[in-house]
Write a protein that binds this ligand. Structure first.
Ligand SMILES: Cc1cc2nc3c(=O)[nH]c(=O)nc-3n(C[C@H](O)[C@H](O)[C@H](O)COP(=O)(O)OP(=O)(O)OC[C@H]3O[C@@H](n4cnc5c(N)ncnc54)[C@H](O)[C@@H]3O)c2cc1C
Length: 292
């Protein structure tokens, strides 16, 4: 049986990926799929495995650099409404992997639930946040995560409780899975105070990051003792540019891609930053940006 049989309505070939990413550069996906239900997603993932087609998941594209030559296999987008739900049940908030993290933050606060305020203003989806281990001032999302539901490569659905993956170190099971839903366990709080904290986090982020409208992405994770931005600054790299890609003057840990930029230039700039910081400061920066 052809792997596409019955899935033709959700799969396109040769879909340019640049418009789906914050950097707006890079090539096309061999196949691009937008499942409209969880069952369709499970069937798609299982079929891809049978056909030996690699599967990649696209969230909000805020932490992605797609190579100029594009990607082989299937890129799955969870942009359909079936993956964007946010359901509040007591202190538990269940969110579809395609829901915007920012919507989860504001919906929780509206219900008087606190914990996620400091993540306000971080772009991307809930699935992307969990997959990339989003952090805000040294705090991760994990402490508020109760359970993750994910589709495994064989199409089976698995629910993992935080305490299970912490005890068994099975978090790696998520590496090849498609996260479909995340449940957050939050704490009751005062709506006004939570809103203030969220607004503060939002303002700090907006004023310290590259201005809205620029094609930008964050390059490196922060080491435990300092920030990647401080190390890049210390290495004298502020203002460095390769072709049409340069380091942001607001925060040098962010790339800015100007018109005509290529992914090759972005990769060269990241490698230059990594090598210079290693050479001058003896620190190995860990890349946060995913390269496809
Ligand atoms: C302006 C700006 C500010 C940022 N600030 C921060 C910050 O303060 N802290 C921080 O940690 N990060 C920050 N980031 C990085 C980025 O926002 C986060 O990593 C974000 O969570 C990525 O989510 P996304 O949906 O955009 O993922 P994408 O960029 O679409 O994907 C990133 C990775 O996650 C995987 N993925 C996405 N969805 C799923 C899923 N459902 N199942 C399995 N894998 C999945 C993708 O396959 C890919 O490998 C910032 C980025 C920008 C551009």
């Amino acid at each position: 049986m052809d792997w596409l049989e019955g899935l033709e309505h959700i799969v396109r070939a040769d879909e340019p990926l640049a418009p789906y990413t914050w950097l707006r550069i890079g090539g096309a996906a061999q196949y691009f799929a937008e499942p409209t239900t969880l069952d369709e997603l499970r069937l798609l993932v299982a079929r891809c495995r049978e056909a030996q087609l690699p599967v990649r998941v696209l969230g909000g594209g805020s932490n992605l650099l797609v190579r100029d030559e594009g990607v082989a296999g299937v890129v799955v987008s969870l942009a359909a409404p079936a993956f964007a739900h946010i359901v509040v049940d007591g202190e538990l908030v269940r969110a579809g992997a395609g829901a915007r993290l920012n919507h989860v933050v504001t919906s929780s606060i509206r219900e008087g639930l606190g914990g996620l305020e400091s993540f306000a203003g971080i772009p991307g989806t809930v699935g992307g946040a969990i997959a990339t281990g989003v952090e805000s001032h040294g705090t991760g999302l994990a402490q508020w995560t109760h359970a993750i539901t994910a589709v495994q490569p064989d199409g089976s659905l698995q629910v993992m409780l935080r305490k299970e993956w912490e005890e068994t170190h099975q978090r790696s099971l998520l590496d090849s899975a498609v996260i479909s839903e995340v449940a957050f366990q939050l704490e009751r709080g005062d709506c006004r105070q939570l809103t203030q904290r969220m607004q503060q986090a939002w303002i700090v982020r907006r004023t310290s990051l590259p201005p809205a409208g620029l094609c930008t992405a964050r390059m490196f994770s922060h080491p435990t003792w300092t920030t990647a931005s401080a190390l890049i600054e210390q290495a004298g790299l502020r203002g460095t540019r390769v072709g049409n890609v340069e380091l942001s003057d607001r925060d040098p840990n962010y790339l800015v891609a100007h018109p005509g930029a290529t992914s090759r230039e972005a990769i060269q700039l990241m490698e230059l930053v990594q090598a210079t910081v290693r050479e001058k400061l003896g620190v190995e920066l860990e890349r946060a940006l995913r390269v496809w």
